[in-house]
Design a protein around this ligand. Structure first.
Ligand SMILES: Nc1ncnc2c1ncn2[C@@H]1O[C@H](COP(=O)(O)OP(=O)(O)OP(=O)(O)O)[C@@H](O)[C@H]1O
Ligand SMILES: [Mg+2]
Length: 328
C-alpha cells in the first residue's frame, strides 16, 4: 500500500486513463484521487451516465479543511466503484480549473492524509492523477509524499519524448528540495514507438517502471466514450503494472531503510514526517489514523453500459456492476 503519483509533461499521453485502469485492475484496495489542477475527468467521463452531482470531491474537502474538518468530510466525498465493498474508491477532482487556487492550500494536509491511508483499517493504495506539469498549481505536496512518481509519456517519436527532459529536470529539483532525493521518479510508457525502453531510460536517466499498451477501445470506454470491447489489453497490463510498481516501491523503501539504518523506514517506507497541523495523526508513520466512521457514497444509478459489460466480463472488475446504488 502506498501513494503513487502520475503526471505528464505535455499533451495528453493518457495519465487519467492509466490511473483509472490501474484503479480498476489492481488487486488491493485502491483510491483514485483526481488531483489534476486542470480538473477531474471521471464524473464527466467514465461515470457520466450516472449523473453524479459535480459538487462532490476535492473542493468540498478544501472547504472542510478551512474548518479543520478534512478527515471528517473526506470519506463522504468519495465514490465507491465497487459498492458496497469499498475496494475501489474515487475522489473526484475540481470541476473547473478556476477552483485550483481554492484547493491549493489544502495539498499539504491532504497529501499527509493520503500517506496515512496505507495504515488505515482497511488500508488503501492511493493513485493520484496530478495532471500536466506544464500547468499552474501543480499539487507538489502530493508528488513529494508519493512513494513513486511516474512521468507518463508516449514513446512514439522524439517529438513526444522530448518534453520529458525539462519535465524530469523540474521534478528532480522539486522532489530533491522536498524530500532530499529523487529516487521515487520513474517512467510509465503508453504504447510503443521508435525507441526501446532501454534507449528511453538512457536518454532520460530514469527507469521505466510500467508499460501500458495502446488500446484505443478500452481507453475510450474508460473515458466514457463508446462501448467496452476488444482485447481489454489495457486493463490486463494495468494489473501487471501493479507488480512492477510495487517492486519499485519496495526497492526504494529498502534503499531508504539502508540509507538511514532505520527498521521502521524499511517497514513503513518513509521517515516519520513532522505532524501536519490540521490533520490528526497525519505525518506520523507510527500513528494509525482512526477507523473512519462515515463511508464513501456508492455511485447513484445504474452504471454506464460499457462499465456493466466490463464488470460482467472481467474477473477483478466483476464488482463494477454494483455501482448502482447511492449510499447517501
Ligand atoms: N493506453 C491508451 N491507448 C489508447 N488511447 C489512449 C490510452 N490512454 C489514453 N488514451 C486516449 O488518449 C486521450 C487522452 O487520454 P487521457 O485523458 O487519459 O490523457 P491525460 O494525459 O490525462 O490528458 P490531460 O493532460 O488532458 O488530462 C483519450 O482520448 C484516451 O481515450
Ligand atoms: Mg488527465
Amino acid at each position: 500500500m502506498a501513494v503513487i503519483a502520475m503526471v505528464s509533461a505535455k499533451g495528453a499521453p493518457g495519465v487519467s486513463t492509466a490511473a483509472l485502469a490501474c484503479t480498476l485492475a489492481w488487486s488491493d484496495r485502491t483510491l483514485l484521487a483526481e488531483c489534476d489542477p486542470a480538473g477531474g475527468d471521471i464524473l464527466a467521463g467514465y461515470l457520466a451516465a450516472l449523473k453524479i452531482p459535480g459538487d462532490r470531491g476535492l473542493l468540498e474537502i478544501a472547504k472542510a479543511d478551512l474548518r479543520d474538518q478534512l478527515e471528517e468530510v473526506f470519506w463522504g466525498q468519495l465514490i465507491d466503484l465497487d459498492a458496497p465493498r469499498r475496494q475501489r474508491l474515487v475522489l473526484p477532482g475540481i470541476a473547473d480549473p478556476a477552483q485550483a487556487a481554492a484547493v491549493r492550500g489544502m495539498w499539504q494536509r491532504l497529501a499527509a492524509f493520503f500517506a496515512e491511508l496505507e495504515y488505515a483499517d482497511p488500508g488503501y493504495d492511493v493513485i493520484a492523477d496530478c495532471g500536466r506539469l506544464a500547468g499552474t498549481h501543480t499539487p507538489w505536496p502530493v508528488l513529494a509524499r508519493a512513494d513513486v512518481v511516474l512521468l507518463v509519456l508516449r514513446p512514439t517519436s522524439l517529438r513526444s519524448i522530448h518534453p520529458a527532459t525539462p519535465a524530469l529536470a523540474v521534478l528532480r529539483r522539486q522532489l530533491t528540495e522536498a524530500t532530499g532525493g529523487d529516487g521515487q521518479l520513474g517512467l510509465m510508457l503508453i504504447g510503443d514507438g521508435d525507441y526501446s525502453d532501454k534507449e528511453i531510460e538512457r536518454a532520460l536517466r530514469a527507469p521505466v517502471i510500467a508499460h501500458l499498451p495502446d488500446d484505443r477501445r478500452t481507453a475510450a470506454a474508460l473515458c466514457g466514450v463508446g462501448s467496452q470491447g476488444g482485447s481489454r489489453a489495457l486493463l490486463r497490463h494495468a494489473a501487471s503494472a501493479q507488480t512492477s510498481i510495487r517492486a519499485a516501491i519496495a526497492r526504494r523503501r529498502h534503499f531508504l531503510g539502508q540509507a538511514t539504518g532505520r527498521a521502521d523506514v524499511v517497514h513503513h517506507g518513509r521517515c516519520p514526517a513532522p505532524p501536519v497541523p490540521g490533520v490528526r495523526g497525519a505525518g506520523m508513520a507510527a500513528t494509525r489514523p482512526r477507523r473512519h466512521s462515515g463511508g464513501p457514497a456508492a455511485a447513484p444509478q445504474r452504471p454506464p453500459a460499457h462499465a456493466r459489460r466490463a464488470g460482467q466480463r472481467g474477473g477483478r472488475l466483476r464488482g463494477r456492476q454494483d455501482v448502482a446504488r447511492h449510499g447517501q
